[in-house]
Design a protein around this ligand. Structure first.
Ligand SMILES: Nc1ncnc2c1ncn2[C@@H]1O[C@H](COP(=O)(O)OP(=O)(O)O)[C@@H](O)[C@H]1O
Ligand SMILES: [Mg+2]
Length: 333
């Protein structure tokens, strides 16, 4: 699937799709939901906004897509200010939002729902294409109320795609899904990304962000506490890489090189299993392997594990666990 062909007079637009500068939101009750955040979304990029409940993710999405007012700061979405009603109207077909909770008419079928939304656009996608994009071909004639949670969410996405948007905002698209439903949704989002759609995705699932996103923003209490690729985040936090292996003859009788010995810890000790944690993985691995070669030792099951996005997230937000207990209670079949 390729993106729409460019018109001859159209120049390649490499300006960011979204530019947010010092965005603040204080609700009437005094809650500071956003405490001055700045970021960009580049064309064709998938940006994951990670953060615990209450971090300000939904407030951000609603403000930058024009459904909520901001207290201060600037937002430029496809060159326009979403707070400007007439600009918002012009952007309507180019930007889509899948809100955290969307409502459809429950007595309509999937096909009827999509047909109804097609009427709002001048060059809508066909119902067949939409069904295929989100994998709902087999449910086309089912009533919305008969759909599972995961299927309803995919219908939300199909509705968002009717007008061929260039930019799509997905607010927690898979919260409460079972793993299979989550994976199906990831495939849909990955397909959109391959088509060149610029995507902002909010989530509190690390795996979702690391699977789908080019870049991650970590939001905590209305502030951006980390930004970059998952690798950059881990790098900026100087998190440790884990190197592990087994020495079948046991650790007791060998003299490990100093760099390896310094990071020794973990490992279950069984069958000579050991683990080294280090912020200098290249040098440590070189020391370990050259030592092993020089002494004729085989490093069985040698593994190098970079720090995970989850470790970065926990370090940045001070959250206890990446696994959301409420989300483990599955709603999808
Ligand atoms: N309409 C509102 N009025 C007052 N406070 C709100 C409102 N909406 C959200 N908040 C508060 O703003 C903060 C950010 O909420 P929200 O943007 O929904 O975060 P998230 O989507 O990351 O869970 C929270 O403290 C929340 O309670
Ligand atoms: Mg939210």
């Amino acid at each position: 699937m390729t993106s729409a062909p460019r018109k001859p007079d159209e120049t390649v637009d490499d300006r960011p799709v979204l530019v947010v500068a010092d965005l603040r939101k204080q609700y009437a009750d005094g809650t500071h939901a956003l405490a001055g955040i700045s970021f960009e979304l580049r064309r064709g990029e998938v940006l994951a906004v990670l953060g615990p409940n209450g971090a300000g993710k939904t407030s951000m999405v609603e403000i930058v897509t024009g459904s909520r007012t901001r207290t201060s700061g600037t937002v430029e979405l496809l060159g326009a200010d979403p707070a400007d009603r007439s600009a918002l109207q012009r952007l309507r077909a180019r930007v889509a939002v899948v809100a955290q909770s969307a409502a459809h008419l429950r007595y309509l079928t999937v096909r009827e729902t999509l047909a109804m939304h097609r009427a709002y656009y001048t060059a809508p996608r066909s119902v067949g294409e939409l069904l295929a994009l989100v994998g709902l071909e087999d449910s086309a004639d089912q009533k919305v109320r008969q759909l599972s949670g995961g299927q309803q969410r995919r219908l939300d996405v199909a509705v968002a795609l009717v007008g061929r948007p260039e930019v799509i905002f997905l607010d927690e698209p898979t919260t409460g899904f079972d793993p299979a439903a989550r994976r199906r949704s990831w495939e849909v989002i990955a397909t959109l990304a391959r088509m060149g759609t610029s995507i902002v995705l909010t989530t509190h699932y690390m795996e979702e962000a690391s699977t789908l996103a080019d870049r991650v923003l970590v939001l905590r209490a209305g502030e951006i506490v980390g930004e970059g690729t998952p690798q950059e985040l881990a790098g900026s936090l100087a998190l440790e890489t884990r190197i592990s292996a087994r020495l079948p003859l046991g650790l007791a009788d060998v003299e490990l090189p100093p760099l390896v010995r310094a990071g020794l810890g973990g490992g279950d000790g069984r069958d000579g299993h050991f683990e080294v944690r280090t912020v200098e993985p290249t040098a440590t691995l070189a020391a370990l392997t050259s030592w092993a070669i020089a002494h004729g030792h085989e490093l069985v099951e040698l593994r190098v594990e970079p720090p995970s996005l989850e470790e970065s997230y926990l370090a940045l937000t001070g959250e206890r666990g990446g696994v959301d207990v409420a989300a483990a209670v599955e709603v999808d079949a």
